[in-house]
Design a protein around this ligand. Structure first.
Ligand SMILES: CC(C)(COP(=O)(O)OP(=O)(O)OC[C@H]1O[C@@H](n2cnc3c(N)ncnc32)[C@H](O)[C@@H]1OP(=O)(O)O)[C@@H](O)C(=O)NCCC(=O)NCCS
Length: 171
């Protein structure tokens, strides 16, 4: 297995669409509605590129060779904090891939000289995601009501934080 985070080109929209059009994925995301179509997927890829140009987000495909098996990236959230997110295609879960993808995003940020705290949020019923973040050293930092398009409203969520490099050294 050769894992890489790479930009998703429009030519991979069908694989991207198929991955996004999965209720077990959207239900645990913030902004992916239940049941999307190919046009939604194309538009999503385009929006993400615009946000990357604006400096507010980097979203990548998790590829095993040329096969798209997940997504992972960072964004500046509504509180102006650095947050990461990820999802793995339903056929590839339970093999440590989310942990590896999230670690690659943290490495991307740290090697890009971002030393500050890194946040993540997960719905309280999404224990697998909580475990991924715990394995990477994220620590509890409160709770919130997270918006979920697929759930049609907010749902209780945990906030976790990977300390800033300095904070980590002082602790
Ligand atoms: C959550 C998700 C990303 C996990 O992906 P994954 O590749 O299966 O994750 P990993 O294999 O790296 O790690 C999962 C960990 O959770 C554990 N786990 C799985 N299901 C669990 C459950 N129901 N309760 C508690 N722990 C669970 C696994 O045992 C593993 O921990 P371990 O290594 O200590 O055994 C994946 O299920 C997914 O894409 N879900 C939909 C989208 C999503 O939830 N994204 C995250 C939004 S915050």
């Amino acid at each position: 297995m050769t894992l890489q985070l790479k930009a998703i080109p429009d030519s991979h929209v069908d694989a991207f669409f198929e991955m996004m059009n999965d209720p077990t994925l959207s239900i645990n995301s913030g902004s992916i509605p239940l049941g999307v179509d190919r046009a939604w997927a194309l538009n999503r890829l385009s929006e993400r590129r615009q946000e990357e140009k604006a400096g507010t987000r980097v979203d990548r495909g998790l590829y095993d060779g040329e096969t798209l098996i997940g997504i992972a990236g960072w964004f500046i959230n509504e509180e102006d904090l650095m947050e990461i997110g990820y999802a793995i295609h339903k056929d590839h879960r339970g093999k440590g891939l989310a942990t590896r993808a999230a670690a690659m995003v943290v490495d991307m940020l740290r090697s890009g000289d971002y030393d500050g705290p890194i946040y993540a949020q997960y719905f309280k019923d999404n224990e697998a995601s909580g475990r991924v973040l715990e394995k990477l050293g994220f620590e509890p930092d409160g709770s919130t009501e997270g918006m979920s398009a697929a759930r049609g409203g907010t749902s209780p969520a945990w906030i976790v934080k990977l300390p800033a490099i300095d904070e980590g050294q002082d602790a």
